[in-house]
Write a new protein. Structure first.
Length: 472
């Protein structure tokens, strides 16, 4: 999981070197990132369901093989077209692997305390990997060259595959006959691919352009066709009963909101450090290090807290902390002092997210049951990607509009840039507030808590006959 999360950010600091070495144009360079994100976001849901049908271990290993081979091709690329194509394949492999990981965790660790600790470790890796990627990308690019940000995945992937073959027991899955809806799979994958592509490209074409409207309409049409198909087929790819669970539906809505806020904060915060404060790539990674460290500490502490107090009780105050951090960041000045203007914002953000993410994973998986755990895992991952892509596109557009308006009024560039960033940080705080309202109103105590007050729990869908001890 760390390898896949790192790959989403490690490439960012190497983009200038890649551009000069392979001859990318300014507009085409974005496809080094976008090709990966489009494939990754589009295949997640299908990969998660395939894990339920043919076995999560099998899909995990297949995705690991695809990701590792594509990483080798990325590292050996000598032309722009070769790198972009390899990045697309790499995104497919990353989606296949990561979509089933959370489903494997909740089925391997059935004891509440162990499961909470395992989800905490997973959450730390998934959340802190972005900051680690900035540090690793800066180090590898400076010490060696940009090729090694991809080649380093090859030995890691081989070691992970060997360990998976030795340590993970094979699972049979429920069989393709229980949900092998090929037409549905094509429609939902097309909808996600088109949707992620449309959102990403809004930064180039704008939200009201013919390009955005056309591809957005195609994505919506594919999604509507998928919904009609799933409501009529005997073995749907996505059983809609999974959304009857308040925790599954509510956790995904909250994830969309907080990932939209955090992706925008992370991207625009990096631009603030670079364009306003003059940080280099390694300096940007170091600036976000307190955010990563606080996530690390709280992710590991989240397991005992969730076991003791319940996932919902841990989630609500953590969302308050995230909102406080974003509000504080929204007042950052042009000549900010890191210790007084930035650090007090990053610390509550990291603490809040370090607690919120494991709690949301536990809540989102609590209503799925073992038979649908791969689907629920892929759904949660898809929600994160779509929320992040949507938030990033909206924040970039809003920030650019605010900055351009101030520049036209003869405001100095650093002040104009900072004003645009601050506006988006405030919007992010508003999104977290909405997430807090949704979590308070919709979510219910999740499976895996032990206090007497939480004895009436939501029964996981798909496993009505399992005894309570087995579900726990």
């Amino acid at each position: 999981m760390l390898m896949i999360v790192l790959d989403a950010t490690i490439v960012n600091v190497a983009l200038p070197s890649i551009r000069s070495d392979l001859g990318f144009t300014q507009s085409s360079l974005a496809w080094v990132v976008n090709a990966y994100l489009i494939a990754f976001g589009g295949v997640l849901l299908l990969a998660g369901r395939l894990g339920d049908l043919v076995g999560r271990r099998r899909v995990f290993l297949a995705g690991l093989a695809v990701f590792t081979a594509a990483s080798l091709l990325c590292g050996l690329s000598i032309r722009p077209e070769m790198l972009v194509a390899a990045r697309f394949v790499q995104g497919v492999g990353g989606a296949m692997t990561s979509a089933v990981i959370l489903g494997m965790v909740v089925t391997l660790f059935t004891e509440p305390g162990e499961q909470a600790r395992a989800i905490g470790i997973y959450s730390f890796v998934a959340a802190a990997g972005a900051s680690i990627g900035l540090l690793a990308g800066g180090f590898l690019t400076d010490a060696l060259n940009w090729h090694w940000i991809f080649l380093v995945n090859v030995p890691i992937g081989i070691i992970a595959a060997v360990l998976a073959l030795r340590l993970l027991e094979a699972d049979r899955g429920i069989g393709l006959g229980k949900g092998a809806d090929v037409i549905g799979a094509f429609l939902v994958t097309a909808a996600l691919l088109l949707g992620v592509y449309t959102i990403i490209r809004t930064t180039d074409f704008g939200w009201g352009s013919a390009h955005t409207v056309g591809f957005g309409a195609a994505a919506i049409a594919s999604l509507m066709a998928f919904l009609v198909r799933e409501s009529r087929t005997a073995n749907p790819l996505v059983p809609f009963r999974i959304f009857e669970s308040r925790n599954v539906s509510g956790a995904n809505v909250v994830l969309v909101l907080i990932f939209a806020a955090l992706f925008g904060m992370f991207f625009l915060g990096s631009l603030y450090f670079q364009r306003v404060r003059g940080y280099d790539p390694l300096g940007i990674g170091l600036a976000f290090l307190p955010f990563s460290l606080s996530i690390a500490m709280l992710s590991f502490a989240s397991g005992p807290l969730i076991t003791r107090f319940g996932a919902r009780s841990v989630l609500l105050p953590s969302l308050v902390l995230m909102g406080i951090g974003l509000l504080y960041f929204s007042r950052v000045p042009v000549d900010a002092a890191y210790s007084t203007d930035v650090l007090p914002a990053l610390f509550p953000l990291g603490v809040g997210f370090g607690l919120a993410f494991p709690a949301l994973m536990a809540l989102g998986m609590s209503g799925a049951g073992e038979r649908n755990s791969g689907l629920a895992s892929g759904l949660l991952m898809t929600t994160q990607q779509v929320g992040g892509a949507l938030g990033l596109s909206v924040f970039v557009s809003v920030s650019a509009a605010q900055t351009n308006g101030l520049l036209a009024a003869s405001v100095a560039e650093p002040a104009a840039l900072t004003s645009g960033y601050r506006l988006c940080f405030a919007i992010g705080a508003g999104l977290v507030l909405v997430a807090l309202v949704v979590a308070s109103a919709v979510l219910r105590p999740a499976e895996g808590t032990q206090q007497p007050a939480l004895q009436k729990r939501e029964r996981p869908l798909g496993d009505p006959a399992l005894p309570a001890a087995r579900i726990r």
